[in-house]
Design a protein around this ligand. Structure first.
Ligand code: HEC
Ligand code: HEC
Ligand code: HEC
Ligand code: HEC
Length: 451
């Protein structure tokens, strides 16, 4: 009796067991099959996207995961030590900027940048540009531009006041700025970028996929200039190459300046946001690491690998941004970045003090009646110093994208600024004017005490 019961129980166990096993194996096979299908069909085409579709929500029907990531570019995730998405007021954080940019609009308003989803709102709100902003100012802010460039041509776009273009612009930077809507390939659209690449004999149709993962960004994250105030046509100063030295040479060739500093009388240039040029001189660029590798790293959703479209500081996403290549732990990686950034900041501070001393020395000489010819050299040196400092200070990675280059340029900035200061003092001495107190009785020029 007991034996019979035992064998029955055994029978039931085996039966139930094999049913469960069959179920699991089937479920697994179905799952694998589904994932393979997902992998094969990276997206389901829900809607047909028109060639010049500017609204990211429409693209989002076909690519919900990328759209979802993109929507996060409106989130404020706070600040990192030197970056992040909080709109810090750079002028109140560092009042020295008001002296360095005196006479120019950046001394009135200068904020830390934030995510792409804010670009259009923020450019509309910039007070420093007033009501007369040309269309050019909208170039890097909206996907609607791409359609307008197609419809009216870039020149007319630039020459139309921004407030008139805004009537046709609803969307911030989004899909159409970076993608061809038909093939979904990366397709930089900014006409100034296309022109500059042509000038450098770089054929974008032959660019590798990895290069495109940088070119998607380098249509906007660059140094640029307007042809003139009357003709605000956008150009990139890349004719001689991408280093600051090449850019300086080009600006000198075309005698370009943005404004004249009211205290020193120097013709100066405001550097914009040369992330691409600066990155190009660094170790990651040299190793073939693109902007997207760190700022749009791959992440897994199901069996799919997609690019994280929440473009932001990699310091809040180190696991995906850095640890795919580097095996150091998160803290160590963060420390390595901060180590570069803090040292860069120190050199920036010293450059600013040196340049302000140069400005003051030139101003004292000018006020004492020293003529322009005698101050020419001091002003030339001031221009060179300020260009170098501004290149690193305005670039948004606080030295990280190319740490050695940052140190080189800031070292040069300090040197040129002190040379400028000395030159102004000498010009004053040559005219028999009393020299400022930084020169001792023997006529040796003592530098101001280290601050
Ligand atoms: C169409 C122009 C344009 C393109 C293309 C573009 N950017 Fe930007 N980017 C901007 C502007 C403008 C801002 C500042 C927006 C603001 O502050 O309102 C910005 C902001 C950023 C920020 C700061 C975000 C934050 O949270 O502080 C990062 C990082 C960034 N971009 C990286 C990239 C990368 C990487 C690419 C390429 C994959 C790229 N951008 C492509 C124009 C562009
Ligand atoms: C090796 C990784 C790496 C690469 C490659 C890289 N970046 Fe960065 N980027 C960083 C780090 C790290 C920071 C500093 C972030 C911070 O301070 O919060 C940064 C900062 C920035 C910022 C400012 C972000 C902020 O929070 O304010 C922008 C904009 C930016 N990078 C754009 C670019 C562009 C454009 C390229 C390509 C030309 C590029 N980056 C290439 C790692 C990288
Ligand atoms: C700032 C530029 C930029 C914007 C804006 C942008 N993308 Fe992308 N996108 C990229 C880059 C870079 C890649 C990676 C391409 C590669 O590796 O070849 C990518 C890849 C993709 C892919 C291929 C799969 C993947 O995730 O790698 C899809 C699909 C896509 N994006 C959809 C969108 C959609 C939808 C939008 C708007 C909601 C959008 N993208 C906005 C730059 C951008
Ligand atoms: C796609 C791969 C890749 C990614 C992603 C990447 N790196 Fe690197 N990184 C490299 C390579 C390659 C080097 C060059 C050193 C070498 O060849 O070993 C390097 C060098 C460095 C160095 C040394 C820099 C110097 O000046 O010598 C630091 C620090 C660094 N990476 C930090 C980071 C951080 C932080 C991130 C994320 C924001 C990051 N890397 C993302 C590949 C990568």
């Amino acid at each position: 009796m007991l034996d019979l019961l035992k064998s029955r129980v055994l029978y039931i166990i085996i039966l139930v067991g094999s049913v469960i096993a069959t179920f699991l194996v089937t479920a697994l096979l179905v799952n694998i099959f589904e994932r393979k299908e997902e992998g094969k069909n990276p997206f389901v085409q829900v809607v047909a996207i028109e060639e010049y579709e500017t609204d990211p929500a429409v693209w989002g029907y076909n690519f919900p995961d990328q759209y979802d990531g993109w929507r996060h570019t409106k989130d404020n995730y706070g600040k990192t030590e030197f970056g992040g998405s909080e709109q810090r007021d750079k002028l109140s954080e560092n009042p020295r900027l008001k002296i360095l940019y005196a006479g120019y609009s950046f001394s009135i308003e200068y904020k830390e940048e934030r995510g792409h989803g804010w670009a259009l709102t923020d450019v509309v709100n910039i007070k420093r540009l007033g009501d007369t902003k040309p269309g050019t100012c909208m170039t890097c802010k909206s996907s609607d531009n791409v359609r307008m460039w197609h419809e009216m041509g870039p020149e007319k776009f630039y020459l139309t006041p921004m407030k008139d273009l805004l009537v046709h612009a609803k969307n911030p930077i989004s899909c159409l700025n970076c993608h061809d809507s038909g093939t979904m390939e990366i397709r930089p659209a900014n006409p100034a970028f296309l022109e500059a690449m042509k000038e450098r004999n770089i054929d974008l149709s032959k660019a590798s996929r990895q290069e495109m993962r940088t070119y998607a960004c380098s249509q906007c994250h660059v140094e640029y200039y307007f042809e003139s105030n009357e003709k605000p046509i956008l150009h990139f100063p890349w004719k001689n190459g991408l280093t600051l030295d090449d850019i300086e040479k080009y600006y000198d060739e075309i005698s370009f300046y943005d404004w004249v500093h009211p205290d020193s009388g120097t013709e100066l240039i405001k550097i914009q946001h040369p992330e691409f040029e600066f990155w190009s001189t660094g170790i990651h660029s040299r190793s073939g690491v693109s902007c997207a590798d760190c700022h749009m790293p791959f992440k897994r959703i199901g069996s799919q690998k997609i690019s994280d479209h929440w473009v932001r500081s990699p310091l809040v996403n180190i696991a995906y941004s850095c640890q795919t290549c580097h095996r150091w732990d998160e803290n160590e990686l963060k420390e390595r970045v901060l180590n570069i950034q803090r040292k860069t900041k120190k050199l920036i501070d010293q450059s600013e003090l040196a340049i302000i001393d140069a400005i003051n020395a030139i101003k004292s000489a000018k006020d004492a009646g020293v003529d322009n010819k005698s101050l020419e050299e001091a002003r030339k040196l001031h221009r060179r110093a300020q260009l170098r400092w501004d290149f690193i200070s305005s670039e948004n990675s606080m030295g990280f994208h190319s740490s050695q280059e940052a140190a080189r340029l800031l070292g040069e900035a300090i040197d040129f600024a002190r040379q400028s200061q000395i030159s102004a003092m000498k010009a004053m001495e040559n005219k028999g004017k009393s020299v400022s107190s930084t020169v001792d009785k023997k006529g040796n020029i003592a530098l101001p005490p280290f601050r």
